[in-house]
Unconditional design. Structure first.
Lengths: 853, 572
């Protein structure tokens, strides 16, 4: 970078003595030989007919032997001094017509190389860049070799007409053809593979080596296409090792580093003056463009026109100056790199030209650049420099990385001409291999179950259901437009303290786009979508709610029972149609909400009342309830065996080092990767046998309620259940990375449904599975009983009471009824029976008394 | 080594430099003149030892004044001070010229902001790094902890600025003529900013008031929630692996107090746009308000360090038992002769976070006393608060009202503009005790901020985690906070582990003697820090409990802890 800056500084007026900068107490040392190299090259070029150098005179700069007392770190410091005022790599310069002036780059420079004529006689003795172990010729040759001859090993198999050229030669050709690119991206891995020594030098002395790199590149380009106008910059990326932001330390200064982080702040684009043009106020003469040197422009004191020669008459003409873009961004450590109990570190990064606005705040990026330090000036007018340094990174290359949870990188399988994903591909390939190996294990299903919330005790069947939810079924879209959702909805109903919330939290952690809400705190619009008017523009905008935001994820709703009815009713559409429709304030929209809902609720009376039906316990609308594929009742029954084991489990957490039984479980990242891979790449289809089994099982389930002995006909399963079963078996197949749903999946799906249903749909009156209970809230036998009661009451009323006669107290009626029937009758039963009669118009109820009309 | 030669309190830098020069000479002789000081990067060359032995072995600690808001303007720069505080924010690293060659001798800048010698040639210098921490007095620190280690009275000491010197400072400021860098003599002729002088003068009369007035709005730009904590300190720590200091650690820093008028100069070079972003956060902490402390010796403070009497060697079971009994009886009296509540409160005070497994926190015991109304809350609540204040090093009482929830800033938030972590009420050191008075809560609507705040509290209650807002993501910080809730009925906002109906039978009116308090503090600190191991007997005790408890998981934790905490004093 420095050299690029330096390359521009060889115009006559840019000569600035250190005295001009009062804040620096130091002699402005300059150690950039490349700079002079460039100038040498340019000089020769100017002499030739071609506007570009045909051969750069790299051998030209002889640097005086380093003074003995100078140390590399000293050199580094001196370079910092020189750089500190914000001398930034300017845009590639167009050649200046400064032929008549010797391009001595610096005044007062102790190591100004011999710029003149140096290129002609390249010394036989190796010339080292001052303060380093870089031999210019060697590096030059090495870079040339690399650019010319590097061949991508992965291209080896390919037969390609341009294969005789190396990878980077092709890249250069491409740049020339397109004329668009102004930079050549160089993969540092390639460089390392080709020439580890050169790589080492580049990392160690990036300023010098990159300068030579640029010169070599320009030379190469000039030979291929002498008329190519633009300057091509070398952008190195993908260093062998990337440093953690936290571990940057003084020894990294002036070295090439690669760090990952998150952009937290961007400055606005700062136009940086590159060339200034002055006009004489007296005669109107325009001066030659004046280059910016180390952040300063020297205004010519005297008008250069022979006839004028007025002093102090020059003024800056903004329109004719040339500016380059500059931007400063703040990079912060990503959350995963922050040690416990620490706060993230930040570093400033300087971006130039093309890199400006390459990243926005919030982006995760990997930056390759040169770590720099600069002294702090105390005030603009003061000479003193504090002993403290500020650090920043001169950015060479920025790459966006996006690794949010559960997203396996997308580059899989796609043919990406950009070779910059090599390493990732390899590691990804390994990962996928590992996952596939895992999936082949015979006990993968149990293993996954164990890995899910290992700290939550037992509840294995619930965990299996949740696992199915994570894997999900296949959504089906028929050509007719009908949609069948693939997402599995689960409701957990249970006594307090049965770790429902913990399960929910665990699921929230695992799911790709989990949204966690609590029923109490959610309103209908908060869950679905909300139309707001922008206060400034007056436009109506849609703001997504939790369900829409968790599209393709899991929406965890805690305290489902405490949610307002209004909010709950919004869920109907979401849970079956998987969309949210909005029709208000001029916006009619349908938003996707392909989300799995995982809700948990307490029974109405906080604890499950076994006497009441499930519906009464849950107190949810049957319409909503039927949309849950699995409803788990987690009951807290006192049972000594279970209690003992539970207590042991919890107590074991309290041990000094809680060795969660070292079961063969998958760790969280693996589990996440496993699930995401399965969701993405495995689309199981039903096999014939499985379809057969499904049909058979379904018929079986329907038949079960049809006991030949009993009169009542109980509906055991509905068409919704068969859909649920398909989804569940697909999810189970996915767990094995199997493309085919087999019979065993279907059997397991039936078992899961059964386990859930047995708990949730047991009719306490009959003990059989009763879907009516779920669908209407009243079981078949219960309905029968109620009908009987209504009939008995009607008879009683007809018998005992006269039309329009005196009213009878309800208690009396109850007594009568109890005498008549063997059934146990409660007052509220009677009340509801009388209510039915009242709707028939047979009786009138006043408070506690009943009157026949 | 050099102990007697230098007044370590008055001129610590002299000792630092002398030891360095000697060490550098020795190193130079050994290595033959090549890079003699390179080895000193990130290492100590013996200076630390000098100070350690002076402070801890020769009893020098008592001679070192404690830096606080009241004497900020009085202490001479470049003297040794100590500061007790909580690490509120970590400001990253700073690079400085650590060692440089002055003629033929190597000199060091370590432990100082700038060099008395002009830095000669840039290549003869080494860049070293140091860590910056923004420290504030511990939020909720109770007054008894301050008495425990009083420093010498600053005004009577030689290192104090005499009135004339202060006057001189003022004149210097008026003249605005500084020629500091040349004669290198900062102390005498240092000029300072006006506010500084005002501070210095005001602090004679009413330090607290003036400091509060002046600092709160400017310094942090937020409502500082803890009264009197407007004072803060920028501590520069050397030679330390990064992970040693954690956010919210409470530590004592002993080091060199520096005040550099040049650094105090306004850095409003707005013409240079890039300074805006490259400028670091220290620019917002003007040295006149936020003193710089170059830390020589640092030690983490635990509850024990606040006790004025050194703990007896081995806690004997009998001693523990008797203290426990007296504390328990006092608690019973304070709680209006409700013995059960007293027992629970004691267990609650002894609880500490043992372990965290995924979402399960083990060892906490948050307590909810129910049955309060406004009146009884004001009587007993105050009594309880007072007692807790006198027993524990850090405690706070939070009135949980709708208004409070809607307005208070509970969540610490990173301001990426300024690069600072803006503190919130819940940024607390480990082991803080919080009392929520829920009786003040009335029905009303919460704003979005109120909802956020309640979520934070709930999260804290359930998982002992506080989410810090880092704008683009949230970072969960583990805490260990004891939470006590006083409420009318069972609190549904703050679900505690243990809910105890509070039934007092008389009005409290007891006062404990200083001696008793002393012993109770010691008891609490000691028993809390005892290692708790789960023995198989405990195990057996726990299991019968579970069959009793219907509400399996949460309640069991509470009961388990009860038995566990009871075990410790009994069995030891």
């Amino acid at each position: 970078m420095a050299s690029r800056g330096g390359g521009n500084s060889n115009s006559p007026n840019s000569v600035s003595s250190p005295d001009v900068r009062p804040s620096s107490p130091l002699p402005a040392t300059n150690s950039s030989p490349a700079q002079s190299g460039r100038s040498g090259g340019r000089r020769r070029r100017r002499g030739s007919a071609s506007p570009y150098p045909s051969s750069p005179s790299l051998g030209g700069f002889e640097t005086p032997p380093p003074p003995g007392r100078r140390t590399p770190s000293g050199a580094a410091t001196s370079r910092q001094r020189q750089n500190w005022t914000g001398r930034f790599p300017p845009t590639p310069s167009t050649p200046m017509s400064t032929d008549d002036v010797p391009p001595s780059s610096e005044a007062g420079d102790e190591d100004t190389p011999e710029t003149d004529g140096g290129g002609v006689d390249a010394d036989a003795a190796p010339v080292f860049v001052w303060g380093t172990n870089i031999s210019v010729q060697d590096v030059n040759a090495a870079i040339l070799r690399f650019l010319r001859h590097f061949r991508d090993p992965r291209d080896a198999g390919r037969v390609d007409p341009v294969m005789d050229e190396g990878k980077y030669m092709r890249a250069i050709h491409r740049i020339l053809e397109l004329e668009g690119g102004e930079s050549l991206d160089v993969d540092a891995h390639d460089l390392f593979d080709h020439d580890p020594d050169l790589y080492g030098k580049m990392v160690r002395y990036p300023l010098e080596v990159l300068a030579i790199f640029d010169i070599v590149l320009m030379d190469l380009v000039a030979r291929i296409e002498p008329l190519f106008e633009k300057h091509i910059q070398t952008r190195i990326y993908n260093l062998k090792s990337s440093v953690c932001l936290r571990n940057l330390n003084p020894s990294d200064i002036e070295k090439m580093v690669s760090i990952k982080g998150m952009i937290i702040r961007c400055s606005s684009v700062i136009p940086e003056l590159k060339e200034a043009v002055f006009r004489c106020l007296v005669c109107g003469f325009y001066s030659e463009p004046v280059m910016v040197d180390r952040g300063r422009v020297t205004e010519p004191h005297i008008c250069q026109k022979e006839q004028c020669k007025a002093t102090n008459s020059m003024t800056l003409v903004h329109n004719r100056c040339r500016f380059a873009d500059k931007q400063i961004i703040k990079l912060q450590e990503t959350p995963d790199e922050i040690p416990e109990g620490g706060t993230p570190h930040t570093v400033s990064v300087l971006m130039h030209d093309k890199l400006v606005d390459a990243g926005k705040p919030g982006d995760r990026v990997e930056i390759t650049g040169i770590y720099r330090a600069m002294t702090i000036r105390i005030g603009p007018t003061q000479r003193t420099v504090k002993s403290i340094f500020k650090t920043y990174i001169d950015c060479l290359h920025i790459k966006k990385t996006d690794k949010s949870r559960l997203h396996i990188e997308d580059s899989m399988g796609t043919d990406n001409p950009d070779a910059n994903k090599t390493a990732e591909d390899v590691s990804l390939g390994d990962k996928v291999e590992k996952l596939k190996e895992l999936s082949k294990l015979p006990d993968i299903y149990d293993r996954l179950t164990r890995s899910l919330a290992p700290n939550i005790w037992e509840l294995d069947d619930v965990k299996r259901g949740l696992l199915c939810q994570l894997f999900g079924g296949n959504p089906l879209r028929l050509p007719s437009g009908a949609n069948f959702r693939g997402d599995i909805n689960i409701l957990l109903v249970g006594d307090p303290g049965t770790s429902k919330s913990q399960l929910l939290q665990y699921m929230h952690k695992l799911s790709p786009r989990g949204i966690y809400t609590s029923g109490r705190g959610s309103s209908a619009v908060g869950l679905t979508a909300y139309v707001a008017k922008d206060p400034e523009t007056g436009e109506t905008v849609l703001e997504s709610g939790a369900l829409v935001l968790s599209d393709k994820g899991v929406c965890c709703i805690d305290e489902f029972d405490k949610m307002s009815d209004n909010a709950r009713s919004m869920l109907h559409e979401v849970m079956e149609q998987q969309t949210v429709s909005i029709a208000k304030a001029g916006i009619i929209a349908s938003l996707n909400a392909r989300t799995s809902v995982l809700a948990c609720a307490n029974p109405t009376e906080s604890r499950y009342n076994p006497r009441l039906s499930v519906i009464d316990n849950i107190h949810l609308a049957p319409t909503l309830l039927s949309r849950f594929d699995l409803i788990y009742l987690i009951l807290d029954k006192a049972d000594e065996q279970t209690d003992r084991r539970l207590a042991k489990h919890i107590v074991s957490l309290h041990f000094e080092n809680p060795n969660i039984e070292e079961i063969e479980a998958l760790d969280l990242p693996t589990l996440v990767a496993y699930i995401s891979y399965a969701r993405k790449y495995i689309q199981p289809r039903l096999s014939d046998e499985a379809a057969e089994e499904l049909t058979r099982g379904y018929v079986e389930m329907r038949k079960r309620g049809n006991n030949p002995g009993s009169r009542k006909k109980v509906i055991t399963a509905t068409a919704r259940q068969i859909e649920s079963l398909i989804r569940l078996s697909e999810a189970l197949a996915r767990m094995r990375f199997s493309e085919v749903v087999e019979v065993r999946d279907v059997v397991e799906a039936f078992r899961l449904l059964e386990v859930a249903m047995q708990q949730s749909a047991t009719d306490h009156a009959t003990g059989t599975i009763d879907m009516d209970l779920i669908m209407t809230g009243v079981s078949a036998s219960e309905r029968l009983r109620r009908d009987n009661l209504v009939a008995a009451t009607r008879n009683l009323v007809m018998e005992k009471m006269q039309l329009g006669g005196a009213s009878v107290r309800m208690i009396e009626l109850l007594e009568e009824l109890r005498k008549q029937s063997s059934m146990e009758i409660h007052l509220h039963d009677l009340r509801s029976a009388l209510g039915t009669l009242m709707t028939e118009g047979a009786v009138v109820i006043h408070g506690d008394s009943v009157k026949r009309v | 080594m050099v102990g007697p030669q230098y007044d370590l309190v008055g001129n610590p830098l002299g000792a630092v430099r002398a030891t360095f020069e000697r060490a550098a000479e020795a190193a130079a002789a050994e290595s033959g003149g090549r890079e003699p000081v390179a080895a000193f990067r990130g290492k100590d060359w013996g200076a630390n030892e000098v100070f350690r032995s002076f402070l801890f072995e020769q009893g020098g600690l008592d001679k070192v004044p404690v830096l606080d808001a009241s004497n900020l303007g009085l202490i001479k720069p470049n003297t040794l001070v100590r500061f007790r505080g909580m690490v509120q924010d970590m400001l990253g690293n700073e690079y400085y010229v650590g060692a440089f060659k002055d003629g033929s001798t190597w000199r060091t800048n370590k432990f100082s902001d700038f060099s008395p010698f002009s830095i000669p040639h840039p290549c003869d210098s080494h860049l070293w790094e140091r860590h910056l921490f923004h420290c504030v007095p511990v939020p909720g620190q109770n007054s008894w902890t301050r008495e425990s280690s009083p420093g010498p009275d600053v005004c009577t000491m030689s290192i104090c600025l005499t009135p004339e010197q202060r006057e001189k400072r003022k004149r210097g400021a008026d003249n605005d003529a500084m020629d500091v860098s040349e004669n290198g003599n900062v102390e005498a002729s240092s000029s300072s900013k006006k506010p500084k002088d005002d501070d210095a003068h005001n602090s004679n009369s009413s330090p607290e008031v003036s400091m509060n007035k002046e600092h709160i709005p400017e310094m942090n730009g937020v409502d500082h929630h803890i009264p009197g904590s407007s004072f803060s300190c920028l501590v520069k720590v050397y030679d330390m692996p990064e992970s040693q200091v954690k956010l919210n650690d409470v530590a004592e820093f002993i080091g060199v107090y520096t005040f550099d008028p040049e650094l105090a100069a306004p850095t409003d070079n707005s013409d240079d746009i890039m300074f805006d972003l490259i400028e670091d956060v220290t620019a917002q902490l003007p040295p006149s308000k936020v003193p710089r402390l170059h830390c020589l010796v640092r030690r983490k403070l635990s509850a024990h360090d606040f006790l004025s009497k050194p703990p007896t060697a081995e806690p004997s079971p009998i001693l523990l038992k008797s203290i426990r009994q007296s504390l328990l009886s006092h608690l019973t009296l304070v709680l209006g002769k409700d013995e059960l509540a007293a027992q629970c409160l004691l267990l609650h005070l002894l609880s500490r976070l043992l372990n965290k497994v995924d979402v399960v926190t083990v060892g906490r015991l948050s307590l909810n006393f129910t049955g309060f109304n406004r009146e009884s809350a004001s009587i007993f609540g105050n009594q309880i608060n007072n007692l807790i204040q006198r027993l524990l090093p850090y405690s706070q009482a939070i009135p949980l009202s709708i208004e409070y929830l809607n307005t208070a800033t509970l969540q610490p938030r990173k301001d990426n503009k300024s690069g600072r972590l803006i503190t919130g009420v819940l940024q607390l050191p480990q082991g803080t005790h919080l009392t929520f008075d829920e009786t003040l809560l009335q029905s009303g609507s919460l704003t979005s901020k109120g909802v956020e705040n309640t979520m934070l509290l709930k999260n804290l209650m359930e998982s002992q985690m506080v989410e810090y807002d880092f704008e683009y993501y949230k970072l969960e910080m583990a805490t260990d906070i004891q939470l006590l809730t006083l409420s009318e009925g069972k609190s549904n906002i703050l679900l505690s582990d243990l809910i105890v109906p509070f039934r007092p039978s008389c009005v409290p009116g007891v006062n404990a003697s200083a001696e008793e308090l002393e012993s109770w503090r010691w008891y609490l600190a000691t028993v809390r820090s005892l290692p708790q191991s789960t023995e198989s007997e405990t195990y057996q005790v726990t299991i019968p409990c579970t069959t009793l408890s219907t509400n399996a998981v949460m309640y069991l934790m509470g009961t388990y802890l009860m038995s566990c905490a009871m075990f410790v004093p009994h069995y030891r």
